[in-house]
Write a protein that binds this ligand. Sequence first.
Ligand SMILES: *Cc1c(COP(=O)(O)O)cnc(C)c1O
Length: 305
Amino acid sequence: MILTCANMDIDLAADMPVVNILDPFIKDRNISLQVLRLDTVHPVISGNKWFKLKENIRIAQSLQCSSILTFGGAYSNHLVATAAAANYHNFQSIGIVRGLHTAAKLTPTLEQCKDYGMDLHFVAREDYDRKYDIDYLHTLEKQFFNAYIIPEGGNNEAGMKGAAEIAGYIPKDADIVALAIGTGTTFCGLRNALPEHVSMLGFTAMKGGDYLLDTIQQKTTTGNWQLATQYHFGGFAKKDNTLIDFMNRFYRQHRIPLDFVYTAKAMYGILDMIDKNHIPGNTKILMVHTGGLQGNNSIRDLLQY
Ligand SMILES: *Cc1c(COP(=O)(O)O)cnc(C)c1O
């Protein structure tokens, strides 16, 4: 079965929901917290992936490529978003998947990639690690003729340019813009698009996130940003009961679903920093909900939403 992906209009209406998080403990400190619900853009081409992909799709169209090739792990939001976006825009899609999974045991993410017609190629981790290696990319170009190659996570110039458009949906009075970080593409694109007086706070999803400091420094044109690297909950895509309880509680209180890989860790970090008085009073924080909810399909039984 090949699904057809409806509704990825390249030009988006300007009404992306911004919701207030009303919580006495935040209000007592004279802080306001809002969430920009990019997760509502599209159920699969969700959140920041939609923005990072749109410019890439435009380029693939202008180059008249026949297919789009990209990279990802077995739970990758980017991989499935690419499969859906390619489908919608009539490209064949090819996924280079980290690890030698067998077709009998695909993750929900990979099943969905297949449903969108993505041609999955499983490679050993050592080969996957060559994803930025020019010789390896040339081999793939030969193997998949006329394919447009998007790096893992949509981490390229076009991805940053698309992410910059998120700035247009951020309320003008925000003092701090906070979001989850994987490759940093979204963070850098936004940093370069927002006025310098807006502070940016990034929550790294993996352990040892300080390695991103140099990359972000190189890709950004302004300062006034910082990373919070301690809210990884054990590492990338790791979770514990504290995180799961937090996700269920947050949903009960605010009716906003968070994903366990990125947005739950960022939101937990924001609230913890408010609690520990690491955010000054009289501050308006805008959290960008970067989507990624499909990842929760692998922990469905733990969630009450
Ligand atoms: C991919 C993803 C991120 C990370 O985006 P980068 O641009 O790679 O930093 C953050 N949040 C969610 C929900 C994602 O799916």
